[in-house]
Design a protein around this ligand. Structure first.
Ligand SMILES: [Zn+2]
Length: 149
């Protein structure tokens, strides 16, 4: 660093001292902040893009639940039985199956021609009123067209 006289240093509006037209300390801080923001934005875009490949819509779920559900879906696709994953048929609707994702989240599936079709991930809060309601659970999801072809 060159030794310039103290006299030429000025105080900028940010109260830092330095040379030149603007405060380089603040400018580099600003640049760092912008780079961080850009990186975060990119990371977010990349995360958003991953949802396009999911069998069912997993947006709006916590990240850890999304990742766990993806592993579960992949395991199901490999032909592992739902019962091996702790899944159970619903008492009130035998063709509906729930598979635990975590303690709080369940993957709701339907069964078509003996094949498991994932429908939706439900939290306890979503799930309990649904089970208590008189409405058929599967039809409420199938008619909504939330499934992807
Ligand atoms: Zn400054």
């Amino acid at each position: 660093m060159s030794r310039r006289s103290r006299k030429r240093r000025k105080r900028f509006s940010c109260r830092h001292r330095g040379f030149g037209q603007y405060c380089h300390r603040c400018a580099s801080q600003q640049g760092l902040k912008q780079a961080k923001m850009k990186a975060r934005q990119l990371e977010r875009q990349q995360w958003e893009a991953t949802f396009a490949e999911d069998q069912i819509d997993l947006r709006r779920l916590p990240r850890s639940i999304v990742l766990k559900t993806r592993r579960l879906l992949a395991t199901l696709q490999q032909g592992v039985g739902y019962w091996q994953l702790g899944g159970k048929r619903l008492h009130q609707e035998r063709e509906a199956i729930k598979i635990p994702v975590t303690d709080r989240y369940r993957l709701l599936c339907g069964q078509e021609n003996g094949e498991i079709a994932p429908l939706k991930v439900l939290s306890h809060e979503d799930y309990n009123p649904l089970v208590r309601s008189k409405r058929r659970i599967l039809s409420s999801f199938l008619s909504r067209g939330s499934r992807k072809g």
